[in-house]
Design a protein. Sequence first.
Length: 174
Amino acid sequence: MLDREFKKKLIIQLVVAVVIVGVVAVFAVLFELNISKQADALVSAKKQRATLYNSSQNLAQLLQDAKEARGYEGAVSQLVPTKNQVLLVQKNLQDLGSSQGVSVNITFGQESNPDASGMQSISFTATAEGPSVGVFNFFRMLEAQYPYITITALDMTMQNNRTLFSGNMLFSSQ
């Protein structure tokens, strides 16, 4: 009988020990999973913090660049004519041609929509008639004095001393 009770107590104590070890093992696994999740969360938060820091640095640089660009924008707008001065540029080009013995006729075409800085362009076609030396000098002076005018096509015929050209002129819409 003593043997039976002893075995019974021994079995109960072994079961209790196994249950305790099992509970401790479950808690250890859960604790490990919790630590892993928190470590992953910390790593993720650290990456997010680094990303936010880099983004704030980029934003600060963009703000500084925008401030600097405003100064250039003002300088550029002073270099190009306004919309109201486009016809004055036409007259100035005719006068420039006359100074070289060249007759210049310009016809304006389509205007572009203003961009974010308020700049627009207008297409044109033109003719320059006169001696070839005068026409070459006219184009040389046009390039030097009017950097906001771009010649996109040029057709020179030497028979009648006539040059056809087209291009775009940049201007401020203000």
